[in-house]
Design a protein around this ligand. Structure first.
Ligand code: BG6
Length: 489
């Protein structure tokens, strides 16, 4: 698969939160690593009088680099950047963008591929995609002038709006042109899940309900909403993290082996698995789900009555031969003590009741995979202790790996759609999430409050304790010292 040379990346929302935090730094690193072809061009769309110098200043602020520390990279970026000032909600303003694309092609002396990156509010989605579907933009000619559309979540607000969004896009573009970004899929350790599972015979036969008693997925963040009030008040943790990133991770960890590692085969198995995930029944929603809010949230959001959850915990099940009866516990939240994303599979056996091996896939930070084992403590006594068998990226010589957004951009340039979500995946994730959201929207459904900088609400601890378990991350160290951890064996 070749990287698209002769490409213009058009970024809608170049001064927005996502561009500042993720996209622009990713472009900086790709330029630094010489991953952007000489004929690459970036056009930012901005309503205000933003200049190229302003965009470079955003990059400097985020990367801590400047012309004195990285002169060649900044010279390249300055050369490849241009800005079009327009109101993206006004279809007549698009003539400016069309003229800019024409100018870039004229300078290049040949047709340029077009990557449109839509980091825009959902309310503008229809107007923008309708205009981009017209002839002056969507001039898709395979192998000559390819037009691809990268879209950011949220893909809808609920099942009905997601269906509408998908149908709207399908009426405008070919499915092969649409790249639905879920940047968690592009994280290095997430990509390693399938390789680890299917390249190691040790696990192929044991990765199922006969050997695994339960699965836990944790994605906690120490940051709060960081000024994204309008977005977050509307979304909440369930729509922001669970409906997308966490269900995708669950699919990777439980899907059946694809016929090949091609994008189509991987998506086929992922779609089958997602179609079999079951949310709790309505009668069990209060036992098996928790919604909560961090203590300072209402003040920060400027809404004393807000019921938006900044924390979600839930118990799901998977109705397949491989996973029937294995509970899956998911939790996510903001303003918590640490940032940790990890998946833990708990191996246990009826033949050794009470003995467990924890296999943890740490997505971030301290990326790696560790297995907790029981061994005899060296010495005369016959004591058992717990140690970790680990593979830690930090111990590897070439441990540096591309950031998820670098990977997203490179894969879109390559035309590799494996790490992007299909429409069926998106719809399944809504089908799983919607009953929970509906129950939570009913009057009187409990909303717990948790202290900022804590490990979350007590209600979430009680939820998992009711199943005779405990959340792991609080005491469980992964890929960082100390390696020996205390837990009763
Ligand atoms: C985004 C969410 O999709 O993921 C944010 O909208 C969240 O609320 C972010 O903070 C987390 O991403 P990462 O890569 O920092 O774990």
């Amino acid at each position: 698969m070749e990287i698209l040379t002769d490409t213009v990346l058009v970024i809608f929302g170049i001064t927005g939160d996502l561009a500042r935090r993720k996209l622009l730094p990713a472009l900086y690193h790709l330029a630094e690593e010489a991953m952007l072809p000489a004929t690459f061009h970036i056009t930012g769309i901005s309503r205000q009088s933003t200049s190229v110098a302003d965009i470079l200043a955003l990059i400097k602020a985020r990367t801590g680099k400047d012309e004195s520390t990285a002169p060649a990279v900044f010279a390249r970026l300055e050369k490849m950047l241009s800005i079009v000032h327009m109101n993206i909600g006004d279809p007549t303003d698009y003539d400016r963008l069309s003229a800019e694309l024409g100018r870039i092609e004229e300078n290049a002396g040949r047709a340029m591929n077009r990557l449109f990156y839509l980091a825009i509010p959902a309310s503008l989605f229809d107007t923008v995609t309708a205009r981009l579907a017209e002839k002056d933009f969507n001039v898709h000619e395979k192998g000559n002038r390819e037009c691809r559309f990268l879209i950011e979540k949220p893909f809808g607000f609920d099942l009905a709006s997601a269906k509408e969004l998908i149908a709207g896009l399908a009426s405008r573009f070919d499915e092969s042109q649409i790249y639905r970004i879920d940047h968690y899929l592009a994280k290095e350790t997430a990509q390693n899940i399938l390789a680890f599972r299917f390249e190691n015979p040790l696990f192929c036969g044991t990765w199922n309900r006969n050997h695994i008693s339960h699965i836990m997925i944790t994605a906690v963040e120490s940051i709060g909403i960081e000024g994204r009030t309008a977005f977050y008040e509307n979304m909440g943790a369930m729509r922001d993290l669970v409906q997308s990133h966490l269900l995708q991770l669950l699919a990777l960890v439980t899907m059946n082996k694809p016929a090949s590692m091609s994008s189509d085969d991987i998506h086929r198995q992922k779609e089958i698995l997602l179609a079999h995930i079951r949310p709790p029944d309505r009668a069990l929603m209060e036992r098996d789900t928790v919604r909560a809010q961090y203590a300072s949230y209402r003040e920060e959001a400027g809404n004393p009555d807000s019921l938006t959850e900044t924390y979600a915990a839930l118990r799901l099940s998977i109705d397949t031969e491989e996973w029937r009866g294995v509970p899956v516990f998911i939790r996510t939240g903001k303003a918590l003590r640490e940032k940790i994303t990890e998946i833990t599979l708990v191996f246990s056996s009826l033949r050794s009741p009470g003995k467990k091996n924890y296999l943890t896939i740490r997505i971030q930070p301290n990326e790696g995979i560790v297995i907790d084992l029981h061994i005899k403590k060296p010495g005369f006594a016959s004591e058992i202790e717990q140690v970790q068998l680990d593979f830690c990226y930090t111990d590897m010589l070439n441990a540096s790996h591309p950031d998820a957004y670098e990977r997203v951009l490179v894969d879109a340039m390559r035309g590799d759609r494996s790490l992007f979500a299909t429409s069926d995946e998106v719809l399944s994730c809504w089908r799983i999430s919607e009953p929970v959201l509906t129950a939570w929207s009913e009057d009187g459904f409990p909303l717990s409050v948790y202290e900022n900088n804590s490990w979350g609400p007590e209600t979430a601890d009680r939820m998992i304790q009711a199943a005779g378990l405990e959340w792991l991350s609080d005491t469980h160290t992964v890929c960082s010292t100390p390696r020996i951890i205390a837990r009763n064996v």
